[in-house]
Design a protein around this ligand. Structure first.
Ligand code: AMP
Ligand code: MG
Length: 577
């Protein structure tokens, strides 16, 4: 019981053991005869050389000479499932839906601030065609990526984008380069036995959660839009023989890069060392500007950054109770952003053994084991990078990896200090953090609301052990026999904060401890309505989760800061998506 902290922060050294003219010009090499094109003229979204926001897709220009598309391409252009060799990408067009599509939601922030698109563009048919995969940018051949990965500890061979297509790269008015990728957009050479589709249920979850994570301050891919079709997609949601009709949906995801650990692994596993060198150098050039491209130790420098940023990402997950659910190497970004949202979950009652994915029988990816999973994955990445290193560099890389637990631990403690409202560092901080977690565990108190209510309660109420009405999570934790002593020690520690006041402390904590997270029941409620073509709760959640740290009337009315309702007590989420 008292081992929760150990489970959360400790790592075993066991990493050895896991534009607008219509143009119906279909290149002869594609099979998707429904595919049509936007004419995109370079620089048409520029004014006097400066990019400007545009309100029509015909005025939007993708980066047609992006170096990504110059990486080695599969010479086979036909779209059938196969073992692909000696390339990074295959050219495949998305497969348009047979039925009409409907735009469910868009992220104004992503459109306006990442893609220089005025939100009004979302009302246009051109936009709908673009984000549903039935019209491409003329001159940009969509890319599907070849990668591999360790799934649940075992090398799974070739995986790749089985239902995702990069449909554009874009450099915005701030000079940021973004890769736009559709998910659920049809079969590719990497689809294996899959249908290339994603269902509405999982797409709503990914759309909402990736945006929510961004607003919580967690590095993540973003979601620009969500569309739903009437195309039937068959899924056995709980793998119990109960196959049901669902609706196909597509999310337009946006990230600075979609390369994963598995992007590198596959090249080493198949002995494609020339490609390995080319890809790693490309990734360093594009995404790691602080590394000098000619530095003979650049691979080490790259690995060093990935190790520390992965530690940071996982520590941040842990600071908000987020469990990814499937921490396979193919789902770990080389930019250390949270990607591939599937059976994720936010821990409710505090439990280091919380497993969000019902298909994860052994609890390999339980919340308290995520740092260990990160270590396993980084070790696999190191192995994949070794052909690019000499013996001394290999030794140094092992030392860098050995530093991961410390980096993670330090980051974890920093984040939890902030969560408790501490400024500076004091010896007793660790004990106070551990005790708070232990009390939550023993009383099964809600993780998110315990921290939030600690942020909202006054010093006076704390001192008198007067728990205000409605402080339901805090009420639970206060039942612990150690609570009064903890409060005394906590208030004493707060006094050592330099230049602090109660109001400053509460204000600070309220910007660290969210009031609203995407609890499973909230996502489920939105999904059930969405499946009946009512997207009101998707929109409500999207709005609320843009400001997770601010108390909002609509959210309170919806019960989003309340206990999980009775109907949702036994909700399960599986890998099926
Ligand atoms: P995920 O669990 O979404 O991270 O996917 C793991 C692997 O399975 C990736 O290679 C995906 O592209 C592939 N995959 C998942 N679902 C499908 C599907 N419905 N059709 C084709 N490939 C899929
Ligand atoms: Mg994946």
């Amino acid at each position: 019981m008292q081992n929760c902290f150990i489970a959360l922060v400790c790592l075993w050294a066991t990493y050895g053991s896991d534009c607008l003219t219509w143009k119906h010009n279909i290149p002869p090499s594609t099979e998707n005869s429904k595919q049509t094109f936007f004419m995109s003229t370079l620089n048409n979204s520029e004014y006097c050389g400066r990019k400007v926001k545009v309100s029509s897709m015909s005025l939007w220009s993708a980066s047609l000479d992006d170096d990504l598309a110059k990486l080695p391409i599969d010479p086979i252009r036909l779209n059938y499932v196969r073992r692909v060799k000696d390339c990074i990408f295959s050219h495949v067009y998305p497969t348009p839906f047979m039925s009409d599509v409907q735009l469910v939601a868009v992220s104004e922030d992503v459109l306006e601030n990442l893609l220089d698109l005025d939100i009004s563009v979302a009302n246009t048919n051109d936009f709908l065609h673009f984000v549903s995969g039935d019209r491409s940018i003329s001159g940009f051949l969509p890319l599907t990526h070849r990668y591999g990965g360790y799934q649940f500890g075992v090398w799974a061979g070739q995986l790749g984008d089985g239902r995702a297509h990069i449909i554009a790269t874009y450099i915005n008015r701030y000079g940021e380069r973004w890769e736009l990728q559709l998910k659920g957009s049809g079969k590719t050479p990497y689809s294996r036995s899959g249908d290339g589709r994603a269902v509405l249920r999982s797409s709503v979850r990914e759309f909402l959660c990736s945006e929510a994570m961004h607003h919580l301050g967690i590095p993540t891919s973003r979601a620009a839009s969500l569309v739903v079709s009437r195309d039937v997609v068959w899924r056995d949601q709980f793998y119990n023989g109960n196959v049901k009709k669902e609706r196909g949906a597509v999310v337009l995801r946006v990230a600075k890069s979609w390369f994963r650990f598995g992007s590198i692994e596959i090249l080493t596993k198949f002995g494609e060392f020339h490609l390995l060198r080319e890809l790693v150098d490309f990734i360093i050039k594009e995404n790691f500007p602080s590394i000098i491209q000619t530095d003979p130790n650049r691979i080490l420098a790259f690995f060093n950054v990935v190790v520390s940023q992965t530690a940071d990402m996982i520590a941040r997950w842990m600071s908000i109770g987020f469990a990814h659910g499937v921490c396979n190497t193919d789902n770990f970004s080389l930019l250390s952003i949270t990607i591939d949202y599937g059976p994720f979950g936010f821990m409710e009652n505090y439990d280091a053994d919380y497993v969000p994915n019902t298909s994860d029988d052994d609890g390999r990816y339980r919340i308290g084991n995520q740092a260990n999973a990160g270590m396993f994955n980084l070790n696999k990445l190191l192995v994949a990078l070794t052909p690019l290193m000499d013996n001394i560099q290999k030794q140094m890389a092992s030392k860098i990896l050995a530093g991961f637990p410390d980096l993670y631990y330090q980051r974890f403690i920093e984040l939890y200090r902030d969560k408790l409202g501490f400024s500076g560092e004091r010896e007793e901080d660790l004990t106070l953090i551990v005790s708070f977690l232990n009390m939550m565990e023993d009383t099964r108190a809600d993780f998110t609301m315990s921290f939030r209510q600690l942020s909202e309660i006054t010093d006076c109420e704390l001192r008198n052990l007067t728990i205000p009405e409605g402080y339901w999570a805090f009420h639970d934790i206060s039942q612990h026999m150690d609570f009064p002593a903890w409060v005394t020690a906590y208030l004493q520690r707060l006094k050592s904060n330099p230049d602090d006041s109660e109001s400053k402390r509460r204000q600070r904590m309220k910007t660290t401890n969210p009031r609203y997270i995407l609890r499973n029941w909230m996502a489920e409620s939105a999904v059930r309505k969405a499946e009946m073509n009512d997207f009101s709760e998707v929109h409500l959640l999207q709005k609320v989760l843009q400001r997770p740290f601010q108390t909002q009337k609509m959210a309170e009315l919806a019960g989003y800061s309340q206990k999980t309702p009775e109907w949702a007590k036994d909700l399960k989420v599986s890998c099926s998506s």
